[in-house]
Ligand binder design. Sequence first.
Ligand SMILES: NC(=O)c1ccc[n+]([C@@H]2O[C@H](COP(=O)([O-])OP(=O)(O)OC[C@H]3O[C@@H](n4cnc5c(N)ncnc54)[C@H](OP(=O)(O)O)[C@@H]3O)[C@@H](O)[C@H]2O)c1
Length: 241
Amino acid sequence: MRTAIVTGASRGIGRACAITLAAQRFAVVVNYAGSADEAAQVVREIESAGGKALAVQADVASATAVARLFDGAEAAFDGIDVVVSSAGVMTNGPIAEVADDEFDRVIGINLRGTFNVFRETARRVRDDGRLIGLSSTTLALNAPGYGLYNATKGAVEGIVRVAAKELGGRGITVNAVAPGPVETGLFLDGKSEADVQRMAGMAPQKRLGRPDDIAGVVAFLASPQAAWVNGQVVRANGGIA
Ligand SMILES: NC(=O)c1ccc[n+]([C@@H]2O[C@H](COP(=O)([O-])OP(=O)(O)OC[C@H]3O[C@@H](n4cnc5c(N)ncnc54)[C@H](OP(=O)(O)O)[C@@H]3O)[C@@H](O)[C@H]2O)c1
């Protein structure tokens, strides 16, 4: 059985990726940082549909914790074939007002966390494996307030392209998905209803993305059919940019 690790799989896009990959017969490691109950619920949902899953707590900002996450996956299943690096946090505010501790927190999770996961994947993923990072359509929009967040997502796209060349010789592909606004806590928390509606209205379909809209793209990139897609950033945003 092939194995997938999905970071940040207790909620949102990661959760949808975990459930979608499990439906495609991957044994799935459901990573989370603090939401143990939600992660256990994702595991139950996968198991009740006949799949295999394991919840593993690990803060992606810690290299040691990420190594432990991969150890757990290898111990429970027999190797690692797909890694989805979805764990991330959003921050919003003018560059002039970003505090140092907020900078460290967001860089720690979105950038160092991504790097930790990519490094461990490069060391351990089996031949013909798949690594999928999460960027954002905010990089195309360049809206005020997204300076720090976009800096971390620009880094995701940067490392994807290099990792694709470093690992491609073993049949491994490395790509990113760049969603537009998706109805998860990350997007909705702290926004007024008017702001949510305004951003939903940016898409031709006049709606927000749903986690399954993104999980479908991730699942395609994880599939054998996507073997010739490598080093790419796929925008999944309904057509807003
Ligand atoms: N939603 C959007 O509109 C949107 C658009 C573009 C890109 N994205 C990107 O898509 C990814 C997923 O976003 P989402 O909307 O699904 O967010 P979400 O609903 O807020 O879920 C975030 C997930 O990341 C986990 N997480 C947070 N910090 C972590 C850490 N230090 N270590 C391990 N896991 C951690 C959370 O686990 P706990 O609950 O256990 O903390 C949770 O499972 C992010 O990289 C985000 O930047 C989202």
